[in-house]
Design a protein around this ligand. Structure first.
Ligand code: AMP
Ligand code: TRP
Length: 332
């Protein structure tokens, strides 16, 4: 069976982009692939985190993963820092990737520019070397397939380059992974600024829909979504980013083709209402399930401990293989 691995940062609130672009795909894949999903807390600390908040967000993220339908009996669900050999492999890969390759990563360029614009002098070295850690997350499980949103495509390409270089230097060690980018909802855009992707760090709260927000607040955000003055429903991202985003969201929520949905609407009002309603129908059971889990910390604790154990069993073997290939002296 092919292996799948993906990760989500336990920061901010999970939004519709994460849900439609990533989490829903994970829940589908678990039934056809040997699947590993992780809350990447080690990635979160590339920017400074409040310790109490990191802890509670990590727990909430694990509850969220179960609530969206990931079954701990079917897939391996774990917290990244519970499997310490991710950081060990990351070092070996940092020594395989080049400074120039890391410097070309657009996410690093964007995030570091954003930090300096907001007056923060401190850009951590971890933010720069982060793609090596991400490559370690993937290669350590011999993953064939990595479902991610479009924004992670470049990191996946780099992961393949790193794996290829390692294999050609030291012999076949790693499986070359493929990115799996969803066709619909690969980029859910901000409802207020539909040319920007919906993001946890966005400065427009009305543009970002958290999946655990009150349903009335969600409905309001869709009602106020920015469209355009043409008053014609067409699927055309260049000319009509707002309307096209609504059609994509509606299509993703109802499993329908967004382009053909456009023919069913003549006005923006009903499109906004139906999109809100479809999303709320999908989210309500997820919201209820997460609340139940957070009310039962013992059960959540068992799920997390079991995941760490299952993930470690696989990860230690790969790290040892990589160390042997590179020529590290064994201890025993
Ligand atoms: P992050 O929020 O950066 O931890 O992302 C978690 C997952 O959600 C990754 O696979 C991202 O590619 C995906 N993702 C994040 N934002 C969006 C978005 N606006 N549209 C679609 N997918 C997204
Ligand atoms: N970098 C990803 C993001 O910001 C999260 C991530 C970390 C990840 N490690 C991963 C995704 C491994 C897929 C596979 O969204």
């Amino acid at each position: 069976m092919t292996r799948v691995l993906s990760g989500i940062q336990p920061t901010g609130d999970v939004h519709l982009g994460n849900f439609l672009g990533a989490l829903r795909q994970w829940a589908i894949d678990q039934h056809t692939h040997d699947s590993f999903y992780t809350a990447v807390d080690l990635h979160a600390v590339t920017v400074q985190q409040d310790p109490l908040e990191l802890r509670s967000k990590t727990l909430e993220t694990m509850a969220t993963l179960v609530a969206v339908g990931l079954d701990p009996e079917v897939c391996t669900l774990f917290v990244q820092s519970h499997v310490p050999c991710h950081t060990e492999l990351s070092w070996l890969l940092e020594c395989t990737v080049s400074f120039g390759e890391l410097r070309r990563m657009t996410q690093f360029k964007d995030k570091s520019a954003k930090q300096s614009d907001s007056g923060q002098e401190h850009v951590s070295a971890g933010l720069f070397t982060y793609p090596a850690l991400m490559a370690a997350d993937i290669l350590i499980y011999d993953a064939d397939r990595v479902p991610v949103g479009d924004d992670q495509r470049q990191h996946l390409e780099l992961t393949r380059d790193i794996a290829e270089r390692f294999n050609s230097r030291y012999g076949e060690t790693f499986v070359l992974p493929e990115a799996a980018i969803p066709k619909i909802a690969a980029r859910v855009m901000d409802l207020q600024e539909p040319t920007n992707k919906m993001s946890k760090s966005s400065e427009s709260p009305m543009g970002t829909v958290g999946i655990f927000e009150e349903t009335s607040a969600i409905a309001k955000k869709f009602k106020r979504a920015i469209t355009d003055s043409e008053n014609q429903v067409r699927f055309d991202f260049e000319a009509k980013p707002g309307v096209t985003n609504l059609l994509s969201i509606l299509g993703a929520a109802t499993d329908r083709d967004p382009e053909s949905l456009a023919d069913e609407y003549h006005q923006y009002g009903p499109l906004k209402n139906d999109t809100a309603e479809a999303i709320i129908t999908v989210l309500e059971p997820v919201q209820n399930r997460r609340a139940e889990l957070l009310a039962d910390p013992a059960e959540l604790g068992r799920i997390i401990a079991r995941g760490a154990e299952k993930a470690s069993e696989v990860a230690v073997v790969t790290v040892q293989r990589a160390k042997d290939a590179m020529g590290f002296l064994s201890a025993g």
